[in-house]
Design a protein. Structure first.
Length: 77
């Protein structure tokens, strides 16, 4: 069912299905949900999408965000 949904959304938005790395996005969302906060997962996925839309490589961005989430300590910068 998930794959059908992804394909339908890609078609609706005019995105080639092969441009979407489902596992990369789900792994990123999991890491943020567990390391930062559950509501941060969809917001972070959206932010990654914005960055990718501006030309950033998805894998690089996801790796950077995952590293941030794993080291996240609220209140420290």
């Amino acid at each position: 069912m998930l794959e059908e949904w992804i394909e339908a959304v890609c078609l609706e938005l005019g995105i080639a299905r092969d441009e979407v790395d489902r596992d990369l996005i789900l792994d990123l969302a999991r890491d943020v949900a567990h390391g930062v906060a559950r509501p941060g997962a969809p917001l972070t996925a959206y932010l990654l999408g914005l960055a990718v839309g501006r030309g950033a490589p998805a894998r690089d961005g996801a790796a950077r965000i995952t590293a941030m989430a794993e080291a996240w300590e609220p209140g420290k910068e």
